[in-house]
Design a protein around this ligand. Sequence first.
Ligand SMILES: [Fe+2]
Ligand SMILES: [Fe+2]
Length: 283
Amino acid sequence: MLIGQLTDTHVVADADTAEHYVDNNARLSSAVASIVAEAPALDAVLVTGDLTDTSHPEAFATFRDTLASIDAPVLPLPGNHDGRNATRRALPDVGWVDAEHLSWVHDVRGVRVVGLDSTRRNYEGAEFDAVRAEFLDSVLAEPHDGATLLAMHHPPFPSGIEWMDDAGFVGLDWFLEVLAAHPGVVDKIVCGHLHRSVTSAVVGVPVQVGISTVQHVALDLVAGSDPALVFDPVGYQVHRITGSGMATQVATHTRFIETGESPFVPDWAADYDPTAPVVTSER
Ligand SMILES: [Fe+2]
Ligand SMILES: [Fe+2]
């Protein structure tokens, strides 16, 4: 059971005038080409928000067209760059809940994937409110035999990169209370927004922040620092989910794109036996 994750694709329209540091749309094309070539067995592909840079309808159209070559369901969520109305209009077939927030629940070959809209209207930061608390609480209360993956744009923890954290997460304690009320139900939280790979855990649930397909946020944990970006390698994640109940595992892999490198078979591969005893001159 394999779920891909793209995040923070920030697709732009020609009319967008904001400064961009890389060709955002070409980066998404590269990532999709890599997924199609190297991870063709994916059962679904999550896109955890900041799908577009300014919610321009043309950007959403490019987003849709670019992902069309993926032969698996695409499950997008809004980020702080995606207006809710524009997202709903542009992507009407996602199975959004009938509420103001753009959340959804999908069963992907027995894995329950919950998409939680973490956006706060007109703000960069996150929000968890009464409507979403009721949604999440009722979803997690439903008995489910397989694994549960919770996807959201904003990470539910402060990263230490102050200028990113300062936008805040209204209702974070409430979110954590709802999560804690269903111990052992969520196997992993996957998110985006930070534009760099970060791993954490909240109330005992592992959290993985996926890397953007555009630029990284610089690793600057000094309080009071100015915003800074860095051109670290970018790409996407593949989550391999196996087992159920206490035996559930979610192994998260990262593939970097635009490195100029393709997989190759080394000379020793034909004779490789991973179970054979190791022989070295030291032993
Ligand atoms: Fe972003
Ligand atoms: Fe974001």
